[in-house]
Design a protein around this ligand. Structure first.
Ligand SMILES: [Zn+2]
Length: 116
C-alpha cells in the first residue's frame, strides 16, 4: 500500500513560518537565528545556531515578535535585538492581511454562511 507514489522529482525543503504556521518552501521565508550575540536575521541562511522562519511580510513578523519567535528559538529576545528586528520588519511589505480586511468587507458573505 505505502509504496505507491514514490516518484519525487525534487526534494524541496519545507519550513514552517512561526508567524502564521504555514508550511512552505524555505526560499519564501526569512531565517532568523539565535547566535551567541542574540537573535539575528540570517539572509545567507548559513549562520550556525537554532533557526526559525518567518514570511517576508509584516503580519507574520508582528506575530513572531509578539512571542512565537522567541518561543521557537527557545530564547528571550533582548530589547536591543527586538529593536533591530522591528526596524527590519518596517522594511517589509504589508501583504497577507486578508484575515483582518475580510472582517470589514465580507459582511455580506456571512448571510450565505448562516445557511450552514
Ligand atoms: Zn507567515
Amino acid at each position: 500500500m505505502a509504496a505507491k507514489n514514490r516518484v519525487k522529482p525534487k526534494h524541496i525543503p519545507q519550513r514552517t513560518c512561526v508567524g502564521c504556521r504555514e508550511v512552505l518552501p524555505k526560499r519564501n521565508l526569512i531565517r532568523l537565528v539565535k547566535t551567541e550575540d542574540g537573535v539575528r536575521v540570517d539572509l545567507s541562511g548559513k549562520l550556525p545556531g537554532r533557526g526559525a522562519y518567518l514570511h517576508d511580510q509584516k503580519s507574520c513578523w508582528r506575530r513572531g515578535l509578539n512571542g512565537t519567535l522567541a518561543k521557537a528559538l527557545r530564547t528571550t529576545i533582548s530589547e536591543q535585538d527586538l529593536t533591530a528586528l522591528i526596524a527590519y520588519m518596517e522594511g517589509l511589505p504589508d501583504g497577507g492581511t486578508q484575515d483582518e480586511d475580510s472582517q470589514a468587507e465580507d459582511s455580506s458573505d456571512e448571510d450565505h454562511r448562516m445557511v450552514n
